[in-house]
Design a protein around this ligand. Structure first.
Ligand code: CUA
Length: 413
């Protein structure tokens, strides 16, 4: 039988443990402890006011619904399922909390009555009831859940197919129906057509996430995962890597730009063509030559790029860069140098992209110059371990020439 409040034995037993506690906890600390905890909590809360800390998904002006309100068919389906489950969960939560409050008030211990409540154990009817009811609720919720899961996994006819590869820390898109069309970070899609993404990773686990168009899907090395996108609304949709993937996880963003079908097809046709880098002159030719001599070709593809011994402008640019004839012959003896490496993003039509470096910088001359001067200073990268772009020690005039050359990589040329 439990002792009543105020009864002797209970007080005695509480006393009997306290002297030890008093020895282990000197008084000042006991007084200080809540204050230290308070200061800690305050400091933690104040970190939310830091002005210069980058945030993952945020751009100004920041409006939550700009990012989260579902627009694509698959996002709407997932959202509907979430809302339904949430409603059921809220109803159960409110019911359970209400019953707890009623029980607490109605059956609380009262001082005026010294007797214990009636002791009961087991009630088969009640136990069966609170097993069967949750089972029925779960079964009911499972119907739309399973239906939605199957709908998301169902193959679709006539979809645009894109292979997506996650890299530390950027995205690669390969358009299967357009020969050689590969681009980075900014994905263009048509409206009114399903888009099937087949995704894998070149290094660690990433997660492809465009909240307004679809749920989050892991991108796993050695595996292919699938995600479908569909929207009827042209526009620009923000996205980001949703799985911690190392140093610049927060700088691994993406955009999906949805166009009317005809406009999308124009974009895709134009960008599937190789660029023409022949017969460029002056600073642009210097930049093109630097693209080879500064090892940019070791990591990047530019479809159509050729530095050729048959192009007198290329040869004179190499001379201007200080290469003697022997070195030039060495460089070009195997034929024209092409840019076909796939370590870093494909730069074909680089200047038609509004942002670069994982969609964290607007593609302006100023940003591009700062980037070429010292990439790891702009975006944390583990370049010594081969992850991300290394600093290349470029001189200001070399940077100007490279920027001038990169600016010719556009379909408007
Ligand atoms: Cu990729 Cu986080």
């Amino acid at each position: 039988m439990r002792s009543r409040p105020g009864a002797g034995p209970k007080q005695l037993s509480r006393r009997s443990t306290s002297p030890r506690a008093a020895v282990e906890q000197p008084r000042p600390w006991r007084v200080l402890r809540p204050r230290v905890a308070g200061i800690g909590l305050l400091a933690l809360a104040l970190t939310g006011c830091v002005q210069n800390a980058a945030q993952t998904e945020v751009e100004e002006p920041f409006r939550v619904m700009d990012y989260l309100e579902p627009v694509g068919r698959y996002a709407i389906d997932a959202d509907r399922l979430w809302n339904l489950t949430l409603l059921v969960a809220i109803a159960i939560f409110v019911l359970v909390q209400a019953l707890i409050v009623v029980a607490l008030l109605r059956f609380r211990e009262r001082d005026d009555d010294g007797r214990s409540p009636k002791q009961i154990h087991g009630n088969p009817r009640l136990e069966a009831l609170w097993t069967v009811i949750p089972a029925l609720i779960l079964a009911a919720v499972a119907v739309p859940t399973v239906r939605t899961i199957f709908e998301f996994a169902r193959p679709v006819e006539g979809a645009l197919e894109i292979n997506v590869t996650g890299h530390q820390w950027w995205w690669e898109y390969e358009y299967l129906q357009y020969e050689n069309l590969t681009t980075a970070n900014i994905m263009h899609i048509p409206t009114g057509q399903d888009v099937v993404l087949r995704m894998t990773s070149a290094d660690v686990i990433h997660s492809f996430w465009v909240p307004k168009l679809a749920g989050k899907q892991d991108v796993v090395p050695g595996r292919t995962t699938m995600l479908k996108l569909y929207t009827d609304e042209p526009g620009e949709y923000y996205g980001a890597c949703g799985e911690f993937c190392g140093l610049s996880h927060a700088n691994m963003r993406l955009r999906v730009i949805a166009h009317e079908p005809a406009e999308f097809d124009r974009w895709a046709q134009a960008h599937a063509e190789p660029v023409d880098t022949a017969a460029v002159t002056g600073q642009v030719a210097d930049g093109k030559a630097l693209f080879v001599t500064k090892e940019c070709v070791g990591c990047h593809t530019i479809r159509g790029f050729q530095l050729s011994g048959d192009d007198p402008e290329d040869v004179s640019a190499l001379r201007r860069l200080g290469l003697d004839q022997e070195r030039i012959d060495q460089l070009l003896e195997g034929g024209p140098v092409e840019a076909t490496a796939t370590v870093g993003p494909d730069l074909t039509y680089f200047s038609d992209r509004g942002w670069f470096a994982g969609v964290i910088f607007a593609n302006t001359d100023e940003n591009l110059r700062a980037w070429l001067e010292d990439p790891p200073a702009m975006k944390p990268m583990d370049w010594e371990q081969g992850r991300g772009m290394p600093p290349l020690g470029l001189q200001p005039d070399e940077i100007d020439a490279l920027v001038a050359f990169l600016r010719t990589l556009t379909v408007q040329r």
